[in-house]
Design a protein around this ligand. Structure first.
Ligand code: BMA
Length: 373
């Protein structure tokens, strides 16, 4: 009886997984392998990631091999987040000061060790020339095909393409990238957000950019991440600006706890709602789900990981979660920002507990899973 049930459930898994298809039919071998492995492992646990992990931590910058995560749990994160903002302007450092040539090395290192790479892009506003947070435009028509400023967007994408093309593994193979452009689009703060681009304009921007990288630039190592902020409660709302099945592989949202520690319960409930609604959408469209960004700045609650996150994470299927960056002190606005504990932080013990949980996968787990094979 038990064997029969196992056979049925394995076959059922195969049938379900067979419907999953990467949006780029020309994707490279390693990209297809990564995608299939993300589909296969989803639900058994989740990969844990960190933005800018290898570049700096709260009290250090650019030290070979160092990582706040590794200092605490003796393992690197499974997912490495990197950010391309300012690359489009021809600068040699991103908007947070990370040199692009170093970023390339870190990406190669993480990939060679078996980790997963995801990239976001707080791109400059091509209409006003100001930064990503300038949402003063009420339309983005000008930068879409036929628009008078379409060339500026193409020029930005050319710079992104050159960077992506340069990301190669030891054998010269393109490194698969989870590409998360025009993120948090349900919010109002970015120039591609809800107050600054209509739903149709947003979809067109998304499709145009993906097509440009795929077709014009012949880039086929991207797994595309569709990413909202927290402004939805139903799958329909989540998909309001969805560019279509050929333009997305992973569905995700970004969410942060803010304010008092007592708000933890409310944040758990919010995560539960966001994951439930998103997962109805992922099921319908046969896509992978993930949490694109998360955090509670400075982690004021020393039990946050196992008390607030773990219970709700354990109740849902999703592939990975990315904690935002350990920026430390930011001289530009005199603020301190970090989302994972460093050695000596009060939440260190709790994060180690979170690490030891079977469902959380860090780099050693990812390497053992041979995600690119
Ligand atoms: C924000 C903050 C900023 C940073 C931006 C892009 O959430 O961390 O300091 O410039 O992300 O990485």
């Amino acid at each position: 009886m038990k064997t029969l049930l196992t056979i049925i459930s394995i076959n059922l898994m195969l049938i379900i997984n067979a419907q999953y298809k990467l949006s780029d039919p020309e994707a490279t071998k390693e990209t297809v392998n990564l995608y299939k492995n993300l589909v296969k492992t989803q639900g058994n646990g989740y990969f844990v990631g960190h933005q800018d992990d290898l570049a700096y931590g709260v009290y250090w910058k650019y030290q070979e091999g160092k990582s706040d995560v590794k200092d605490v749990v003796k393992d690197y994160p499974a997912v490495y987040g990197w950010e391309l903002g300012n690359l489009e302007l021809g600068k040699d450092k991103n908007l947070d000061g990370v040199p692009f040539d170093k970023m390339k090395q870190y990406i190669q290192e993480g990939y060679e060790r078996g980790g997963i790479i995801t990239i976001s892009w707080h791109t400059n506003n091509p209409i006003t020339g100001k930064n990503a947070w300038d949402s003063s435009n009420q339309s983005i028509k000008e930068i879409l095909p036929e628009g008078s400023k379409n060339k500026i967007l193409e020029d930005y994408l050319d710079k992104v393409a050159a960077f992506l093309i340069d990301l190669k593994g030891k054998n010269g193979e393109p490194i698969p990238i989870l590409w998360r452009p025009f993120h948090e689009h349900t919010g109002t703060w970015f120039w591609w957000g809800v107050n600054s681009a209509s739903d149709e304009e947003y979809k067109e921007l998304f499709r145009f950019s993906v097509d440009y990288l795929r077709r014009t630039k012949n880039i086929h190592n991207l797994i595309i991440v569709y990413n909202t902020s927290v402004e939805y409660a139903t799958p329909e709302e989540f998909l309001k600006r969805y560019p279509g099945d050929d333009y997305a592989d992973i569905f995700s949202f970004d969410a942060y706890q803010r304010g008092r520690i007592e708000g933890g319960e409310k944040f758990s409930q919010q995560l539960d709602t966001l994951l439930s609604a998103m997962n109805l959408a992922t099921k319908k469209h046969q896509k992978i789900s993930a949490i694109g960004e998360i955090g509670y700045n400075k982690i004021p609650d020393k039990d946050w990981f196992t008390k607030v996150l773990k219970p709700v994470f354990d109740n849902h299927h999703f592939s990975y979660v990315l904690f935002w960056r350990n920026a430390g002190f930011k001289p530009d606005n005199n603020e301190v920002e970090y989302y994972l504990p460093f050695k000596g932080h009060p939440a260190e013990k709790d994060f180690i507990k979170f690490y030891k949980n079977k469902k959380t996968w860090f780099e050693n787990d990812a390497r053992n899973m041979k995600l690119y094979h």
